[in-house]
Design a protein around this ligand. Structure first.
Ligand SMILES: *Cc1c(COP(=O)(O)O)cnc(C)c1O
Length: 361
């Protein structure tokens, strides 16, 4: 047997399990998630005004293409260890793919409930490819979540939405990793907010690491889409709408904790339009990082704060800013295909190609 604990990419439980609050029955189920790149973005920092260091934590590089794998490895490891044989979740897509993959890994049954309307094709395909039973309900994500909570209370089927505390335990590891990669916490952390599990986990993780290692605390900028911004509006949104399907959530399960994280960190929660999200998606891709729309929301929020002067460039001088890019662009190819011109067609002749690329001589 190869010694997996010596592998350079052993997974978040092997790396950080000792810092997570887990019951002793936990049996690791891993796909070697985590250890994602922290990519310097000097050109984008310049475009935003310059004078600060900007990094993207590219969580799309996890095994199923989103940060959900960090929490899912832990939630499934706990459920598997206590003898659960089935898991269920409500999902806008990425949780479904992740739950399906880790359940498959453990030989468990996975059921995913998706909302009516748009779930990105790359995500649904993932859930199906990993063998999950996918059920679409005639209702919203929030309806789906309420159903899976009820069924898991009455039947022996483990809930793996981020209401499951072990999801948050696993997602804390992204904060640990950033501190290990930079040597300290960044000054600002910008990330999208949907159901608000991730912002809650980051804040838990940074505080825990700071207590242990004195790594400092970031200010947190949480960003919602304008069409589904309950935390900015101060009330649930009945029919949330946005191109950023991963954050199309009107009643965030961890909304209170998200507001606390923003307040305690001296950060804030704001909203950006779909146009701003798609614009930032293109800017990131222009630096070689293609992310799904929701993943661009965090940095779209930073750009808006700088543009509107809620955040002064002088405040950022010499500071380090990390944008969390939560999922890979391949998850949602239609959004690009939609605005893509058809490729030019040419005869298969060198002269024609030269003409097309270099202009007629
Ligand atoms: C789940 C998800 C989010 C939102 O995270 P929450 O924990 O629900 O706030 C953002 N982006 C992507 C790509 C996601 O999959």
């Amino acid at each position: 047997m190869p010694n997996l604990s010596n592998s350079p990419r052993p997974g978040v439980l092997a790396r950080y399990g000792a810092l997570l609050d887990l019951p002793p029955h936990t049996i690791p189920v891993t796909l070697q998630e985590g250890d994602t790149p922290l990519i310097p973005m000097p050109r984008l920092a310049e475009e935003l005004g310059g004078g600060f260091e900007l990094f993207v934590k590219f969580e799309g590089m996890n095994p199923t293409g989103s940060f959900k794998d960090r929490g899912m490895t832990v939630a499934i490891s706990e459920a598997f260890g206590r003898g659960a044989r089935s898991v269920i979740c409500a999902s806008t897509g990425n949780t479904a793919a992740s739950a399906a993959a880790y359940a498959a890994r453990a030989g468990m049954r996975a059921v995913v409930i998706i909302p009516e309307g748009k779930v990105a094709a790359g995500k649904l395909a993932g859930a199906v490819a990993y063998g999950a039973e996918v059920i679409q309900i005639e209702g919203s994500f929030d309806d789906a979540l309420s159903l899976v909570v009820q069924i898991s209370q009455h039947h022996p089927i483990a809930l793996v939405n981020s209401l499951n505390p072990y999801r948050l335990e696993g997602q804390k590891t992204a904060a640990f990793e950033i501190c290990d990669q930079l040597g300290t916490a960044p000054d600002w952390l910008c990330l999208p907010v949907g159901n608000a599990g991730n912002i809650t986990s980051y804040w838990m993780g940074f505080r825990q690491y700071h207590t242990l290692k004195g790594t400092g605390l970031p200010r947190i900028l949480g960003v919602q889409a304008a069409g589904s911004a309950p935390l900015v509006l101060g009330h649930p949104v009945e029919h949330p709408e946005t191109v950023a399907t991963a954050i199309r959530i009107g009643k965030p399960a961890r909304g209170e904790q998200a507001l606390e994280a923003a307040e305690q960190s001296q950060g804030r929660i704001i909203a950006v339009t779909d146009e701003e999200i798609l614009h930032m998606q293109r800017r990131l891709a222009a630096s070689g990082v293609w992310v799904e729309p929701a993943s661009a929301a965090g940095l779209a929020g930073l750009a808006r704060q700088l543009r509107e002067g809620q955040l002064e460039l002088s405040e950022l001088r010499g500071k380090r800013v990390v944008g969390i890019c939560t999922g890979h662009g391949l998850k949602d190819p239609e959004i690009i295909a939609h605005s893509m011109p058809a490729p030019r067609r040419l005869p298969a002749r060198l002269a024609a190609l030269e003409d097309a690329l270099l202009g007629a001589a």
